[in-house]
Design a protein around this ligand. Structure first.
Ligand code: NAD
Length: 295
């Protein structure tokens, strides 16, 4: 039997289009005499993964004409001190976007910190006011990863209206906002959210025209869980040992890419899929926070 091969959704390419559009909008904004948008990134502790994410964000900002500054603090910074730093950034008219890089050290209450960020500057969209707006369908800041997935679907011509979407994972960062975006009026998907307590998860997934995997387990989605022709979006970033690589591991998603490629209609790779979109949408959020416009 001949095997079909899914069309690859190139996240790097789509992200670079978005980044160029943001740059054009920033250029138009500054050409009118406005200052460049400013993003402040707060990084606490010395987690190498967090530091590397932050470097990627800073680089992308610079390329788009957004000024970004990383404020770095030792892991023993107190919660009170961090709240004061956020308060200063909230009231600083020279700052448009604030991003506190997660995870935070254990002695700091993450919820309290995320609530302290001014909703208008909350480019990660974790503040309950922004989460509420997202659920209610009020236009505004959107969480970067699910918003990036919506952008990928749109720009890849994947129909959502009247289609069945299944999201695996119910985190506040990916799964829940993803489901909320897919169900909005105008997007019009019929959405199911699966999690670790879902009975017959493979059966539910097999009903999906659009399957979003945000679990954090390498190779979780196997070919038998995918409806032929479905669009499969792989959010997962997992390290698997690989002695052939200099660093001793490689990154894979939540989807068994090779096997699922033979069943799906569209598929995102890892790396080079959802990851680059997340950074591109952070830039778009910073543009919106600075200018009040997406374009
Ligand atoms: P999380 O750990 O907060 O949530 C994982 C979810 O998966 C949970 O809701 C849980 O119910 C579900 N789950 C776990 N085991 C399951 C099982 N056996 N069956 C069904 N459901 C199960 O993770 P998260 O923050 O949502 O991230 C998920 C993955 O996406 C991680 O690999 C993370 O690194 C990655 N991620 C990638 C990006 C990106 O930009 N590409 C952004 C955020 C997260």
């Amino acid at each position: 039997m001949e095997t079909a091969t899914a069309e690859l959704i190139d996240g790097r390419l789509i992200a670079s289009e978005v980044r160029q559009e943001v740059k054009a909008s920033v250029d138009a904004w500054t050409a009118k005499g406005n200052r460049a948008p400013v993003l402040k990134v707060v990084l606490i502790g010395d987690d190498p993964a967090s530091a590397s994410y932050v470097r990627g964000k800073n680089r992308a900002c610079a390329e788009a004409g957004i000024e970004s500054e990383t404020m770095t603090y030792d892991a023993d910074l107190s919660e009170a001190a961090l709240l004061e730093i956020i308060d200063d950034l909230n009231t600083d008219e020279g700052v448009d976007g604030i991003l506190v890089q997660l995870p935070l050290p254990k002695h700091i209450n993450e919820d309290r910190i995320l609530r302290a960020i001014s909703p208008a500057k909350d480019v990660d969209c974790f503040h309950p006011e922004n989460v509420g707006n997202l659920v209610a369908g009020v236009p505004g800041l959107q969480p970067a990863t699910p918003a990036g997935i919506m952008e990928m679907l749109k720009r890849s011509g994947i129909e959502t209206r009247g289609r069945t979407a299944v999201v695996i994972g119910r985190s506040n960062i990916v799964g829940k906002p993803m489901a909320n975006l897919l169900v909005q009026r105008g997007i019009d998907a019929t959405v199911t959210v699966c999690h670790s307590r879902t009975p017959d998860l493979p059966g539910v997934c097999r009903g999906a025209d659009i399957l979003v995997a945000a679990i954090g387990r390498a190779g979780f989605v196997t070919a038998d869980m995918v409806k032929p022709g479905a669009a499969v979006i792989d959010v997962g970033i997992n390290r698997v040992e690989d002695a052939s690589r200099k660093r001793g591991y490689r990154l894979v998603g939540d989807v068994d890419f090779e096997a699922v490629s033979e069943v799906a209609g569209h598929i995102t790779p890892v790396p080079g899929g959802v990851g680059p979109m997340t950074i591109a949408m952070l830039l778009k959020n910073t543009l919106f926070a600075a200018t009040g416009s997406w374009t």
